[in-house]
Design a protein around this ligand. Structure first.
Ligand code: AMP
Ligand code: MN
Ligand code: MN
Ligand code: MN
Length: 278
């Protein structure tokens, strides 16, 4: 059986490894169909594609777009996109736009609670200055001893109601799905178990996602528990969504689930790759 991993990050966004190093690790772990899905950024794709070719892996061009829907941040993965598509490139450039100003505000809040130098500190972990993210602040807060580890950071800082949280308006759901579709790709809801929705709100979200042209959902992801694999398998069947699998790997020692290490999709699902010539 093929080992298909369609969600992970390089240092072009908030991962710690270069695209080529992520490819090497995916291959070493037995992955044979692989997508790099950096946040709001396509610049890692040429290096990832070349490295995947060197290792004999099937390469799937991907991206993970930050969306604001009903006040929440939602991530939409685009797969099999054309990374030279102007519409997608412009949309992502606009989505990335506010990150520097947001990061400065985050640092001001942290300084106000006695943690100085967070902007410069976070920047030291950044591979791509356009893409400074909460993950880079989290690494700084661990390195400087404020927090024990990254999960500890996201409990006590950088989240709603805690120091260092700056609300941000990302892309709209409709625009994100449209950019992906215009670039020839398929749109997938990333890690649905991470959002804070009532059942009613989640159903409304999926309805709108499908209405604007979204087709799939991650069922087996590094962000889900085994119970959630089964739960979201049911959700995908109920809503007629294709199912995807991806580790959401960010770096060795940081991610709970390594590249290619997830179990296969539960039975009775149509995989997002069902009509790909693999
Ligand atoms: P940003 O796009 O700057 O809001 O940062 C979002 C990133 O923070 C995500 O892509 C994750 O990599 C990371 N993140 C968010 N919540 C958590 C969490 N609870 N534990 C670990 N990483 C998280
Ligand atoms: Mn991330
Ligand atoms: Mn995500
Ligand atoms: Mn991700």
């Amino acid at each position: 059986m093929r080992n298909i991993d369609l969600h992970c990050h390089s240092n072009i966004s908030d991962g710690t490894l270069t695209p080529a190093a992520v490819a090497a690790r995916a291959h070493a772990n037995g992955v044979d169909v692989w997508a790099l899905t950096d946040h709001d950024e396509l610049d890692g794709i040429p290096e990832a594609r070349e490295a995947a070719g060197d290792f004999g892996m099937r390469y799937v061009p991907g991206v993970e777009i930050s969306v604001t829907w009903a006040g929440q941040t939602i991530h939409i993965v685009g797969l099999r996109i054309d990374e030279t598509n102007a519409d997608l490139m412009q949309g992502l450039a606009a989505t990335r736009g506010g990150r520097a100003a947001r990061a400065e505000e985050m640092a001001q809040q942290l300084a106000a609670v006695g943690i100085p130098g967070a902007y410069e500190g976070a920047l030291r972990f950044v591979g791509n200055p356009d893409l400074i993210s909460r993950t880079h602040f989290a690494r700084f807060l661990v390195e400087s001893g404020v927090c024990a580890d990254v999960p500890d950071v996201f409990k006590n800082y950088l989240v709603d109601g805690k120091p260092g949280f700056v609300p941000h308006r990302w892309a709209t759901l409709q625009n994100a799905v449209q950019w992906i579709r215009n670039a020839g790709g398929v749109a997938i809801i990333a890690h649905p178990g991470r959002y804070h929705f009532t059942d009613l709100a989640f159903d409304a979200f999926v309805q709108e996602f499908k209405q604007v042209g979204g087709v799939g959902m991650e069922v087996v992801t590094g962000s889900h528990t085994p119970e959630q694999y089964d739960y979201y398998a049911g959700v995908a069947r109920t809503h007629g969504l294709l199912a995807s699998r991806g580790s959401d790997f960010h770096g060795p020692g940081e991610s709970r689930i390594d590249l290619g290490a997830l179990p296969p999709l539960p039975p009775g699902l149509t995989p997002v790759w069902h009509d790909w010539a693999l």
